[in-house]
Write a protein that binds this ligand. Structure first.
Ligand SMILES: [Zn+2]
Length: 245
């Protein structure tokens, strides 16, 4: 049985296929992550060839067959190609990091409309907001980690439940979570927070508007990468960010 499905999607990657077609990877609202073939799209006359670039937000119609590895795109309309984002080096870098996380770490065919909306929202913010791209990315990264099932709780000590007082000293164990100033003496510390870094993560998570020193935002991203690496051994860090460093 094949069905026709209309869904919003974000393009994760695009590869040549044969002489005339593309294979694209999509994160869709209705079907999660899928691969699809765009037949004949490399002809200069094809509108589909132009709009199926990575990062673009599309409305697609596809023929879906469960037994098939590759679905077939029958038509697509561009909802946004995030023009501003693509013309800014820094914004582009972080948008590629978002696409990379979604491509590498989400499971095929696993629907998560909350994640889908989060992806579109962060791309819109990177495109149009004047908040720093590495702060926006940090917000998304925390949210994404939560959607993968590894939420980080910052309110209370993961061992004794005491409220965290950042100035008294706070650290982190990748296995159990946040450690208060008492429990950190007993447990292995995977990471020692400065009060500034802890407060920054706290603001990121509670979606407060923040002005921070540049390196704090990057430190937070590298902490989150290490945390994710602990939980997902196949994850080797975000290549899109390493290339530029
Ligand atoms: Zn404790």
């Amino acid at each position: 049985m094949s069905e026709i499905i209309k869904t919003e999607a974000v393009v994760l990657s695009k590869l040549n296929y044969g002489d005339t077609s593309y294979i694209i990877s999509l994160y869709t609202k209705e079907l999660g992550k899928i691969s699809a073939i765009v037949k004949g799209a490399r002809s200069p006359k094809s509108k589909l060839g132009l709009i199926t670039d990575p990062v673009n937000h599309l409305q697609v119609v596809l023929y879906k067959k469960d037994t098939r590895e590759l679905q077939i795109i029958s038509s697509a309309d561009l909802l946004s190609n995030f023009t501003e984002l693509k013309s800014d080096f820094d914004k582009l870098k972080y948008s590629q990091a978002i696409i990379e996380l979604v491509k590498k770490l989400t499971a095929e065919h696993e629907t998560n409309s909350r994640l889908f909306h989060g992806i579109v929202r962060i791309l819109e913010l990177l495109n149009s907001s004047d908040e720093k791209p590495n702060i926006l990315f940090g917000r998304f990264f925390l949210f994404f980690i939560e959607e993968l099932g590894y939420e980080i709780s910052l309110e209370r000590c993961s061992i004794c439940g005491r409220s965290i007082e950042p100035d008294a000293g706070v650290s982190f164990n990748f296995g159990t979570g946040i450690l208060c100033h008492v429990c950190r003496k007993e447990k292995a510390e995977s990471y020692i927070f400065t009060p500034e870094l802890f407060n920054y993560l706290y603001c990121l998570k509670s979606r407060k508007k923040i002005e921070v020193k540049e390196n704090l935002a990057d430190k937070a991203i590298s902490f989150l990468e290490n945390y994710l690496r602990y939980h997902v051994p196949d994850f080797k860090g975000i290549q899109s960010l390493q290339i530029y460093n």
